[in-house]
Write a protein that binds this ligand. Structure first.
Ligand code: CP
Length: 300
């Protein structure tokens, strides 16, 4: 795999291979510290980011690579009107791998067609966020011991939440997955993703309230309403996970969120062992190290 731009590139086998590598890296990071000695990574982010950009940078440094980056790609020559394709052509002559976040749904595909070095998609519009969903399934597997049979509730913004779309794509590679969706009416899961689930024999339950989510659910996966992606004001999230709500679920239910959070998850559950969102974000480093090694041809 020379680029990672979409979750639809993965088979179950190639996904498991990457997750296994990330597990080995997490267990024994020192073994990988020189793997990318002499390599240069160019992270270019046209949208704000804390976790994705900094964990991709950490992952590169932990592998021994060096980084060239502008903190905000809006300060690059894009501001003068340079096209994405020209920016990519130039960076591909400087770096050995490009990590890109962009507000256009098609940006990753465009980048691949103009780059002679590997492209990693760090978020493309409302469409995909493959590195996030790779660390999401890594976390689910780590916590449950397996991904098959996962019962997951997806909450928040199911329309513009690219992490949701990518996660459903990866989960559809597994058996026995069942999904419950809970969101305000304006943010319900689009038909094309429901169809994708149906095509993989995955049952989807659209819910009107938390009481329709089974109390033995494995994962409650909440997301922020992506207000930067649409005009208008649909108000705040009304389905909030707090201590009282979480007490209705079993002890093995985990709470995940790609972060940043707004009001979706109350801080009163942060110390509950079922709240795994900070650990989930930290898993971004070994998973993104595994992504570099995969696209740059260093995966075993
Ligand atoms: N989860 C995620 O993509 O976070 P950032 O926007 O901070 O990178």
């Amino acid at each position: 795999m020379n680029n990672i731009i979409s979750c639809n590139q993965f088979t179950r086998e190639s996904l498991e291979k990457l997750l296994d590598l990330a597990k080995k890296i997490k267990e024994n990071p020192n073994e990988y510290k020189n793997k990318l000695d002499g390599k240069i990574i160019a992270p270019i982010f046209f949208e704000p980011s804390t976790r994705t950009r900094l964990s991709f940078e950490t992952a590169a440094l932990r592998l021994g690579a060096k980084i060239i980056a502008t903190e905000n790609a809006q300060n690059s020559s894009t501001k003068k009107g340079e096209s994405l394709q020209d920016t990519i052509r130039i960076l591909a002559g400087y770096a050995d791998c490009i990590v890109m976040r962009h507000n256009s749904d098609d940006s990753a595909e465009i980048a691949v067609s103009y780059s002679k070095v590997p492209i990693i998609n760090a978020g493309s519009g409302k469409k995909e966020h493959p590195s996030q969903s790779l660390l999401d399934v890594f976390t689910i597997r780590e916590k449950r011991g397996k991904i098959d049979g996962t019962k997951i509730a997806i909450l928040g913004d199911l329309v513009y939440g690219r992490t949701i779309h990518s996660l459903l794509e990866l989960l559809s590679l597994y058996d026995g997955i069942e999904v419950w969706g809970l969101s305000k009416e304006a943010f319900r899961l689009p038909e094309k993703y429901k169809k994708m689930l149906e095509d993989h024999n995955i049952k989807y339950h659209e819910c009107a309230g938390f009481d329709e989510i089974p109390r033995d659910i494995d994962v409650l996966y909440h997301t922020r309403i992506q207000s930067e992606r649409f005009d208008g004001d649909f108000g705040k999230e009304e389905f909030i996970i707090n201590k009282a709500l979480l007490s209705k679920f079993l002890q093995n239910t985990i709470v995940m969120h790609p972060l940043p959070r707004l009001d979706e998850i109350s801080e009163d559950i942060d110390d509950d062992p079922r709240a795994v969102y900070f650990e989930q974000a930290h898993n971004g480093v070994p998973v993104r190290m595994a992504m570099y090694l995969t696209v740059m041809g260093y995966a075993e």
